[in-house]
Ligand binder design. Structure first.
Ligand code: PLP
Length: 341
């Protein structure tokens, strides 16, 4: 059985394990103040372009933890976040954001993306009225929960709109590596810094054992952030584990190379399924793809392949979610493709 269920089925890239092993007996400061964490922060900042020095970078453990720590720190008690109805914070985080007291207002989507029109509709429904929550933060995921990737123009339009409306723009980058290395993508980490108030760079789903790097750009959101991390249980005594991993990922282009590999494996499957005449839930140039298959075929594939059935399309067809990773082998992909020939 080979799994296309997710991009965290394997451990970590060998270079990361090697770096952890090589530094194992070093004695270091705790709570992210060790030399590797400090070096990792500098390496990430170097990728952020002009004014990079002004951004704050914090290393956290996981996506949900990063989202809830950031969003709850950025919002005042009566303020709410806006996301799509597929948004990870809305569907798959066990109410973590709501548990911090902030409502999530949702916009329906078919392609996974949030556009100014959808956000505007939420604003229209929430005129200045202290009996309602106040929409304040727009949360997007890039790549999205269904594998689509924002174009640079879409990000620029959304960013401009948010600034006009005095909304914060926060990007969940659990799969940012995949988005930024997808075919046709023009967005860079420097653009993410330029266009958002904060975003995170996902390590967990791109070759790290665990870890996400949160970049806070907006000065007004920076103050006391380490207090928020600590209060939410995210300030790790052995913060070095995160630092060593991100140092390795950004020492050179490892972070991007691993994401590129994951994308290439997924896109091999896409072209083969397209050739065989299958369609997809949405266009996805990233490492998550959602082909629509006959239920009979899904049943047959499940004998040798693990993957999630995503949604019912009609009585005899469903969309499935196939995810490739930095470690997906070309051999496995070749064998999977053979099932469709
Ligand atoms: C877009 C997105 N955000 C956040 C997360 C949450 O990550 P974690 O499972 O590390 O909390 C995921 C996990 O799949 C995700 O897909």
């Amino acid at each position: 059985m080979y799994s296309f269920k997710n991009d965290y089925a394997e451990g970590a890239h060998p270079r990361i394990l090697q770096a952890l092993s090589d530094t194992n007996l070093e004695q270091s400061e705790g709570y992210g103040c060790d030399e590797h964490s400090l070096a990792a922060v500098q390496l990430i900042k170097k990728r952020l372009g002009a004014d990079a020095d002004k951004a704050d970078v914090h290393l956290l453990c996981g996506g949900t933890q990063t989202n809830l720590t950031a969003i709850s720190a950025f919002l005042r008690p009566h303020e709410a976040a806006i996301g799509t109805n597929m948004s990870h914070i809305f569907v798959h985080e066990t109410g973590a954001i709501e548990a911090t007291g902030h409502k999530i207002l949702t916009v329906p989507t078919t392609d996974g993306k949030l556009y100014p029109d959808g956000v505007n509709a939420i604003l229209d429904m929430h005129p200045n009225d202290e009996h309602m929550v106040k929409p304040r933060l727009v949360k997007i995921s890039n790549s999205t929960e269904i594998g689509s990737v924002y174009t640079l123009k879409e990000l620029e339009d959304l960013s401009r709109f948010c600034r006009e409306k005095k909304l914060l723009l926060y990007a969940d980058g659990a799969r940012l590596g995949s988005a930024l290395t997808a075919a046709g993508n023009e967005t860079t980490l420097a653009d993410m810094r330029r266009l958002t108030d904060a975003f995170y760079i996902g390590g967990t789903k791109n070759g790290a054992l665990l870890g996400e790097a949160l970049v806070i750009v907006n000065d007004a959101l920076k103050e006391d952030f380490r207090y928020h991390i600590k209060q939410k249980g995210g300030l790790m005594a052995k913060g070095r584990i995160l630092g060593i991993q991100f140092e390795e990922l950004f020492r050179d282009d490892l972070f991007f190379d691993l994401a590129r590999h994951a994308n290439a494996m997924a896109q091999l499957i896409v072209s083969s399924l397209k050739k065989a005449g299958y369609s997809f839930l949405t266009a996805s140039p990233s490492n998550q793809i959602f082909p629509i298959l006959p239920n009979t075929l899904i049943e047959k594939l499940h004998k040798n392949w693990a993957f999630y059935v995503w949604s019912k399309i009609d009585e005899s067809h469903s969309s499935v979610r196939l995810v490739t990773s930095w470690a997906t082998s070309a051999e496995a992909v070749r064998k999977f493709i053979e099932e469709f020939e």
